[in-house]
Every structure is written in structure tokens, then in C-alpha cells.
Ligand binder design. Sequence first.
Ligand code: NAD
Ligand code: UFG
Length: 332
Amino acid sequence: MRILVSGGCGYIGSHTVIRLIENGYDVTVFDNLYNSKITVLDKIEKITGVRPDFVLCDMTDIASLEAIFRDSHFDAVIHFAGYKAVGESIEKPLMYYDNNITGTLNLLELMEKYNVKNLIFSSSATVYGLPEKCPVDEKSPLFCLNPYGRTKLMIEQILLDLCNADKDFSAVMLRYFNPVGAHPSGLIAEDPNGIPNNLMPRIISAAKGKIKELKVFGDDYDTRDGTCIRDYIHVLDLADGHVAALNYVFKHKGNIAVNLGTGNGYTVLELIKTFEKVNGVKVPYSIAPRREGDSKSTYADNSFAKEILGWEAKLGVEDMCRDAWKGALNYE
Ligand code: NAD
Ligand code: UFG
């Protein structure tokens, strides 16, 4: 079976492509390389022994996207492509709506036209906004605090409408919690173009001395050490969640949203301490004011993923910290 992977050169996409190949799927990746590098394909080949087909394509350009559908038949699409920086989305909302929404509409239109009826979509725990209670389950109220999050929520709603209109269509919307870590080979890792915003890449920057210190955003939250709680999940566990979702999507019609998280919450300081302990390095940090829009605590109720996909995370926070550092040592 052949799977089309949009954004497959990116962080989560490249790890998922590895798992797809290891599970016997043929893979075609398309990416515009906005936030990734073509060299990741060499690394995927080194790890798996197979080089996925690659097409350089921007999904907002429907003509070049259509050429991909014309050339091959796909059994399913896994849709990672999109912009993902929350702060940037507030500054440049139109850029986010255009890329994430227009690009997705183009993809869906072509899936309909070429009779490709199975989709896995990268949604996000960001659709829960500031959760009132944790763990957060899929029935929790949905609310977005920024344009990036709204693109995720809008796409979820578009998929709901599409599945209502086309009873042959099947969509699994995976709501990722906080993906971190890297392939244990150290060959591929999160390698964003530009300055990283998320916690783990900044821990790495501080450990490498690329920034003077990590700023911990707030230590006066009502949590066990005053810092925010998140559900960090190893990117390879997340990748396996996509393989499980593919098995599901081939056997079911309609639309479901599924949390992909470990179900365990860690504070910012706990993650820093674990990183230092596991890797034997120092992470210089200081306490800074709270970051606007941060939720005090977000971690998953993952029972639906276990029940419906037969999936659960296997790797712990030590594995995440060790593999993230190993991967980072091979990058600038
Ligand atoms: P990433 O930026 O590493 O990967 C996205 C890929 O999509 C990149 O390779 C980029 O070049 C490509 N892309 C962007 N716009 C494109 C376009 N118009 N046409 C073709 N390719 C395009 O991001 P990631 O961390 O791997 O995230 C993958 C998906 O998961 C995204 O949709 C993101 O919103 C979602 N997500 C990520 C996180 C996270 O913390 N990493 C959390 C929740 C959800
Ligand atoms: N943090 C710091 N210092 C930093 C960066 C982050 O203290 O330099 C803290 C944040 O305040 C937060 C925690 O680390 O408490 C995690 O922050 P991230 O930015 O790594 O992650 P978020 O949970 O804020 O958001 C991430 C993605 C979103 C996604 C969401 C849910 O950035 O795109 O997870 O999946 F929607």
C-alpha cells in the first residue's frame, strides 16, 4: 500500500516515514522544504535501507499538487504539512490561514477527485485551549487562543463536514500533546529553520551554550513546583500512533479525534532536571515572567487511543531527553 505523506521531511513526518517503511508501506513524501531539509531523505534511507519517493511541492499550488495525484495512486494520506509557530501566527495570521487552510483544502479537493478516501491529520492539543481539568479527554470543550490553533480547529471542522457529506471518507484527527525526542540512532532530530520556540529545543540550546540561559516562563503557577505541566511524548511513540491510525482508517469510515499523549504530566523544572541527569550536562536557566496564553497544566487522557487504536506510548521522559540530546549533538 502506498501512503502520501505531506510535510514528510519535517520533524514528526520524517520519524513517521521511518515507521511506515519499517511497517512495509511504500511512501511518497511531498514537502516545500520551508522548515526542513532534503538531506533528511538520506538519513531515512540510512536508517531503513529504503529511500521514500520525494516530490518538491507547495500544497498551496494546486496544479503541482495535482501532478502528484495524477502520477500515482495512494491508499491514504498522512497530512503533516503546515506552519506551526504560535507567536508567528499571531503576527502573520493571513500567512497561517493561507498555508494551513488553503493547502489543506487543495489536498482534500484532490483526494476527492482522485478517489483517495483515507486521511490522518496532524491536529494538536492546542484545540483544548486552557483546559479546565486534566487529564483532558476528546470530549473536552474546544477553544483556541491563537490563529495557529484556529487553523487546526477549522480543519477538524472541515473534516467533520466532509465525512458527513461523503460517507466513504475516513479521517483520523490526531491531537498531539508535546512531541520531543528523536530517533535513537542520532541521525535525525528536530532541526527547525530559525530560532526555536519550544521548550526542548531551547533546553538543548542552553545546554550547548548557544543561548546564555533558558528562561522558565513562570514559577508561580498552582502546580507542584510552580512551573507549567505538559505531556511530553517521544516522537517515535507518536510515529507509531500514525501506523496504528492507518490500521484503523482502512477499516472504518467517518471521523474521529484521538489524543496522542502519554497521560503523564511533567513540570518545566522536572524536564530540565531529567535532561541534566540523563545526559550529564548543565542547563543554565532563570525564572522569567509567565508567557501569555500558557495553560497551567495540559496532559492527556489517552484511554480512547488505547481502546480505538490499540496504541499507547512506550517510552519515558528519560528516553525523550537522552534521544533529543543524542540527535542534537549531530546538528549545528
Ligand atoms: P515541521 O515544521 O517540522 O514539519 C512540517 C513540514 O511541512 C515541514 O517540512 C515544512 O517544510 C512542510 N510544509 C509547510 N508548509 C508547506 C506547504 N505549503 N507545502 C508543502 N510542505 C509544507 O513540523 P512538525 O513538528 O513535524 O509538525 C507536523 C505537524 O504536526 C504540523 O501540522 C504541526 O502543526 C502539527 N503539530 C506539531 C506539534 C509540535 O509540537 N511539533 C504539536 C502539535 C501538532
Ligand atoms: N517554556 C519555558 N521556556 C521556554 C519555552 C517554553 O518555560 O523557553 C515552557 C512553557 O511556558 C510551557 C512549556 O515550557 O509551560 C512547554 O512549552 P512549549 O512551547 O514547548 O509547548 P506548548 O505546550 O506551549 O505548545 C506546544 C506547541 C503547540 C501545540 C501545543 C500542544 O508549541 O504548537 O504544544 O500540542 F499546539
